[in-house]
Ligand binder design. Structure first.
Ligand code: MN
Length: 131
């Protein structure tokens, strides 16, 4: 049985307040957390940290969260990692776009930390394809 301590969450988010809120909450619940501040760092850390799940802000510098998600989902080393998209100012069509690029889930900001936690736990509890 995996415990949160064995689980790493990568938070890709350029807003410091959001990073602090989500990382504090996840660490409090026993997760290991790593952070990336822009799309390039997000791709790099998805490879170097091998997270179990990714929280992906969509509006981030350098490469937006849609493109980062699409890139990670196409790569063999990272394609299996569940990705939860977080979008501010949710627009019509965002949900469709999230599914199109391969996001496993989608949450509109502002998003309660407990809703994020519930979604992280839900996705980590899913049986992995091929596992
Ligand atoms: Mn942002």
């Amino acid at each position: 049985m995996m415990t949160p301590r064995d689980r790493t969450v990568l938070i890709v988010e350029d807003n410091e307040d959001n990073r602090i809120v989500y990382s504090t909450m996840l660490r409090h619940h026993g997760f290991r957390v790593c952070e990336a501040l822009d799309g390039e760092e997000g791709i790099a850390k998805a490879h170097s940290e091998r997270p179990d799940i990714i929280l992906m802000d969509i509006s981030i510098p350098l490469i937006d969260g849609w493109e980062v998600t699409q890139t990670l989902k196409r790569e063999q080393a990272t394609g299996h990692i569940p990705i939860i998209a977080l979008t501010a100012h949710a627009m019509p069509g965002d949900r469709e776009r999230a599914m199109e690029v391969g996001c496993d889930s989608y949450l509109a900001k502002p998003c309660e930390p407990r809703a994020v936690l519930a979604e992280v736990n839900r996705l980590l509890a899913r049986p992995r394809a091929g596992a």
